[in-house]
Design a binder for this molecule. Sequence first.
Ligand SMILES: O=C(CO)[C@H](O)[C@H](O)COP(=O)(O)O
Length: 215
Amino acid sequence: MVLGLGTGSTAAFVVDKLGQLLSTGQLSNIVGIPTSKRTQEQAASLNIPLSTLDLHPHIDLAIDGADEVDPNLDLVKGRGGALLREKMVEAASSSFIVVADDSKLVSGLGGSGLAMPVEVVQFCWKYNLVRLEGLFKELGCEAKLRLAGDGSEKPYVTDNGNYIVDLYFKNPIKDGFAAGKEISAMEGVVEHGLFLGMATSVIVAGKTGVEFMTK
Ligand SMILES: O=C(CO)[C@H](O)[C@H](O)COP(=O)(O)O
């Protein structure tokens, strides 16, 4: 079985569990396709066999976390910075299961007030930041370059050598597909964090237990 291995604090639990199941012999014959360098390092440290999309262009199942989940199982992903590889791996997967807690549930994407990331090339990133903010002006969008988070003014650099512009919306996005299309059409945009029509099911943990959301 070819498994897409997600990125983030939730996906890390999944990777840990896979490592444990492999080491106790409860699982065998799997190969993992990691969605970030972080996940690659974690999986390698647990002796999970790894490969690439080049060698395994068809993935059976991907498991990952999400930042926002709407009632249609459309997602915002990439606050962990791995959106490009996540989207490539998850788009190549026959099934894509999201694991999240109920704080991630929103009625409309962009509605959490937290970031919706867009990966952009480093060249003239400010030009694209201004264009992205202008695109969603009527939603009260504020665009910010993501920083490395080490207290410096250095930008965060993705595994692919790009920057991230985080979009903060005052109002949720009405038409995710139209928004995604417009963002992707911008020269210099590499990928955006709207994962639409991709999740097969979502496992949501809440105070009262675990709920399965399917289409
Ligand atoms: O998209 C992601 C990384 O790019 C993560 O899946 C998302 O940010 C959720 O992370 P966490 O499980 O830590 O809340």
